[in-house]
Design a binder for this molecule. Sequence first.
Ligand code: CAA
Length: 257
Amino acid sequence: MPQILLSEGPSNGVRLLTLNRPEALNALNTALLEALSEQLDIAETDPETKAVVITGSERAFAAGADINEMASRDVVGMLEDPRVQHWARIDRFVKPLIIAVNGFCLGGGCELAMRGDILIAGTNAQFGQPEINLGIMPGAGGTQRLVRAVGQSLAMQMVLTGEAIGAQRALAAGLITEICQPELTVERAMAIATTIASKGPIAVQLARESVRRGADMDLAAGLRFERHAFTILAATEDRREGLDAFRNKRKPQFSGR
Ligand code: CAA
């Protein structure tokens, strides 16, 4: 049986994870989310992995939660849904997560993509929360992350009409940072991840945490968190190395200490 999640690397500090359920447009069933959780466990503890790229196929990043699996669950089944803990695992991941989207990025697929730190997409990408068409609503962060990413008016329109937006609209709305030719999307995501992987990993981790936490805090609390994180970095060898390299006009060699 083909693997539903392919893992490559790390190469230059970057691990590539590819969703691989083409027969269901990469619909996220429990097995796929579990495989993703397991790979993130591996990536997190592997010192050679500094960043992770998640992608799908050219036709679909992921067309949502697996509707067939969802249909078999009643309310108790939903309460006990094991996928909830896998979503939470993705949320807890501490290394940079770059998402490379081509094709359909719908429902749970869009909710997975929005868990990334940086999203880039192919010209053929379609982002949407079509759950309303099924008589349900987004249940893995769609209503919360979409409004933070694109603002209330567009989020409401997408969630309440179920209509998807293309890559250009997603770029204009701030959901993604770049648009590429579909065949170059993964390459570009890998290049961004490789750049990040070349930086000091402690500074990357704390800067990432500061940006992510700040989005959910008031400004004063966010600024306090940033200051504490900035201060902690004064204890690292990487800071000494970075400053020394600048002053001596050489390239820094970060050790992650
Ligand atoms: N779950 C399970 N199977 C899916 C799927 C999904 N989310 N999306 C597509 N598939 C399957 C189709 O059933 C089809 O399988 P068969 O060949 O065995 O019939 C195969 O993938 C190819 O799909 P289509 O033939 O439908 O391809 P298309 O190009 O005509 O249409 C599409 C593509 C518009 C994406 C359409 O497949 C579609 O609308 N998919 C469902 C999208 C959706 O509603 N997603 C939200 C799911 S709910 C959710 O995600 C909840 C949450 O918040 C966690």
